[in-house]
Structure formats: structure tokens, C-alpha cells
Ligand binder design. Structure first.
Ligand code: SAH
Length: 373
């Protein structure tokens, strides 16, 4: 946990960097310095609203206070970032972590809207066969500050006057397998007094289906998206083996039915369309039946290929036919535009390609503890 980044005096920091501390740990920290509680909120505002990188930028602290802070700790923002720009305006940010790993974040413009797609793990706990991140395996969970730092890093680079319209926890990883860090990150993203002040209504958490944890998403106040991706138990077992062993399709749909949806909100179901695998008319008709009685919309995501992937994109015709069947049955259904494909920044294209070339261990059942349940 300790950050050994040298501080300005050239000494190793004695306290984990400020960003690693949540709200209450920041209060404890200022108390240890003998400072009043309100200093915590002042520091947090500098971190999340001022986006400072150095203690010396906290200009409403006295010189002596800054010197003391500098002596004890650092800010702890990530230092390395490479940006890959796709032709359609999508940017993929490769952010270097303290231990040398890299996390990927995607900024997706759509007209006047800007959507930020954050990662919650390096790699992924799960093994969905159509996803590049899944092929990487899990390197590690991200800490709360590493999730929020992605947003800060991107905001630093936004053009003046541009703000994020929405945030999706849909990048690398399974957010519900790292829920403690994710909920701490959501607090920092949403807090209006000292955090980034992004409304929870504008944040969506996407899960591959860790059914036992859905209600905890409701407690966070963010929107829930569930990646269904299949219309039968057998199909889901083939496409998403690990999560489907833990929570079979019926268990997942029962949990969705029991989900405490706030008034005027609805669940989102995501469905990756894999050409000639799950994009048939029969699939669409089965999907309609599966979703009966759930207040929801469906996002169809045409498969985004990556080198070595075994599936193909659906034809436009089959995607439209699929959408029409759902719409005619009264299910609001959208076909997601695939953005950023030329920089491997679209859904399911985040991950280390060289890793794909090395053989992966055979798939085996995850224990609930490994899946974070
Ligand atoms: N683990 C979470 C979030 C990460 S994946 C989840 O499964 O929801 C985000 C979305 O991208 C999911 O809906 C997933 O099904 C979809 N996806 C993964 N690989 C894809 C690919 N190659 N093409 C299109 N969508 C993909």
C-alpha cells in the first residue's frame, strides 16, 4: 500500500499517497497531523475537483502546512499515459500503474455527448470467449484510487468547456468481482461536496452476471447493465463459462426480476451479437420470452473482432432483424455503434495482445471466492 515515490524533499513518503485514502482515512490522517477535520475536505477538493498533482498546488494551505504535508506524503496521481486516437474521435488511454501494469480507459464522443468507459481490474476474473480482456486472465484488482485516477487523467485532457456526460464501468474487468474498490470509487466520483460531482444517474455498472451481488449495485445508486449475451443456458455456458457455472441463466434472470429498480429507471441488458452463433431469429424470440416482465431496454453490441478471435461480426441485416423482433415485442432495443475499433478501443477489445499469443491455461470452474462473490 505504501507509496515509495520520493517526495519533493527527496525522502520516501511515510504515509500512503493522499489518493489512496478514502474520506474517513483522510480525516484520520489530518487528525494525526493535529489539524481540524475541515482540512480533510479541503484536501479532497484539491484532489478531485482541482486535480492537483503536487501538494504545493494546494494554495489555500500555508507554506508551513504544505511543507508538513510534503514531508508526510504525496498526491499519488499516475504519471504515465499514452493516448491512441481512433478515426471516429474515440480515444484509448493507456495509463501506467505504480507496479508497471497498464490499465485501459476509453473516451467515446457521440455528437455532443462524451462517455467515459472505466476499467475496474487489470485483465478479468472471467473467461468470456468473445472478449479479449478475458483471454488475458486476471492480473489484479484495481484500487479505488486507480479507478478514479482514470477519470482524473482523462478530465485533465478534455478540451475547455467539455464535460463528461456519462461514465460506464464497462472497461477491463468484472466490477462486481472488485466491489469494495468500485463502491469507494463511485463515492469519489459522485460526491458533490468534495468529489468529482458526477450524478449517480449518469453512471452505469455493467456485470457479466454475478447475480448474488446485484442488490449491492442498487445501494450504490448507479444504473445496472447485465451482459446476457445468450438466449439459452447451453449457449451462455459456451460463451461465458465461468460466470454461468456460478450463476446459471435462470438464477441470473430471477435476480434481475427481484432487483429493486428505482421508479422511472430500467435495467439494461447487453447482448453481444456473434455472427451465426447467437444472432438468429430464434434467439431474438427466446430473448423476448426471457425478458418478459422485466422493466428493461436491450443494447445489442455487434461483435468487435480482435486478432485471434474465433467469432465473426453479424451482418447488418441480421442485427437489424434481431432488433426488429425485439422492438415488435415491445422491448426497447438499440444497436450500439462500435467506436474506436481501429485502436482496439471498442467493447471487448481491451487487453494485451501479446498475451494472446501465449497459450492460456485451460478454463476451469472459478470458486465463488475467486469470482469475488
Ligand atoms: N465484465 C463486465 C464489463 C466489461 S465487458 C460485463 O461483462 O458486463 C463490457 C461489455 O462488452 C459487455 O456487455 C460484454 O459482453 C461486451 N463485450 C465483450 N467482448 C466483446 C466483443 N469482442 N465485442 C463486442 N462486445 C463485447
Amino acid at each position: 500500500m505504501l507509496s515509495h515515490e520520493p517526495n519533493q524533499a527527496g525522502q520516501a513518503a511515510q504515509t500512503p499517497s493522499l489518493l489512496t485514502l478514502d474520506h474517513s482515512a483522510t480525516e484520520q490522517f489530518v487528525h494525526r497531523l493535529g489539524w481540524p477535520t475541515y482540512r480533510a475536505q479541503q484536501i479532497l477538493r484539491w484532489l478531485y475537483q482541482g486535480r492537483v498533482r503536487e501538494v504545493d498546488q494546494m494554495t489555500d494551505l500555508s507554506k508551513a502546512e504544505r511543507a508538513l504535508l510534503n514531508d508526510k506524503t504525496t498526491v499519488g496521481r499516475s504519471r504515465q499515459c499514452r493516448v491512441l486516437q481512433a478515426d471516429d474521435g474515440t480515444s484509448k488511454f493507456l495509463i501506467g500503474l505504480d507496479d508497471g501494469l497498464t490499465v485501459e480507459t476509453v473516451l467515446i464522443p457521440d455528437g455532443r455527448r462524451l462517455t467515459l468507459c472505466l476499467s475496474t481490474q487489470v485483465g478479468c476474473t472471467l473467461d468470456c470467449s468473445f472478449c479479449l480482456t478475458g483471454a488475458m486472465g486476471l492480473k489484479r484488482n484495481l484500487k479505488a484510487h486507480e479507478i478514479v485516477d482514470q477519470a482524473l487523467t482523462v478530465q485533465d485532457r478534455l478540451e475547455p468547456g467539455h464535460t463528461l456526460s456519462s461514465v460506464v464501468l464497462m472497461g477491463m474487468g468484472e466490477p462486481l468481482a472488485n466491489l469494495d474498490a468500485v463502491s469507494d470509487a463511485v463515492t469519489r466520483l459522485t460526491n458533490q461536496r468534495w468529489g468529482l460531482g458526477i450524478s449517480a444517474h449518469r453512471i452505469t455498472l455493467s456485470t457479466a452476471g454475478l447475480a448474488s451481488r446485484l442488490n449491492e449495485v442498487a445501494a450504490l445508486g448507479v444504473n445496472l447493465a447485465v451482459s446476457l449475451n445468450a438466449s439459452t443456458q447451453e449457449q451462455r455456458a459456451m460463451l461465458m463459462p465461468a460466470v454461468n457455472r456460478l450463476f446459471p441463466l435462470k438464477t441470473l434472470l430471477d435476480a434481475c426480476r427481484a432487483y429493486p429498480l428505482p421508479p422511472r429507471r430500467r435495467l439494461t441488458f447487453e447482448y453481444v451479437l456473434l455472427g451465426e452463433v447467437n444472432d438468429q431469429e430464434a434467439d431474438a424470440r427466446r430473448l423476448v420470452k426471457l425478458l418478459a416482465g422485466i422493466r428493461c431496454k436491450v443494447n445489442l453490441i455487434p461483435f468487435n473482432p480482435f486478432p485471434g478471435s474465433a467469432y465473426q461480426r453479424p451482418t447488418n441485416g441480421s442485427a437489424l432483424r434481431f432488433q426488429t423482433i425485439l422492438k415488435q415485442a415491445g422491448v426497447d432495443t438499440f444497436i450500439r455503434k462500435s467506436k474506436g475499433r481501429d485502436v482496439l478501443g471498442a467493447c471487448g477489445q481491451l487487453g494485451d495482445l501479446p498475451g494472446l499469443l501465449t497459450p492460456q491455461p485451460p478454463s476451469r470452474a472459478l470458486t465463488p471466492a475467486e469470482a469475488g462473490c
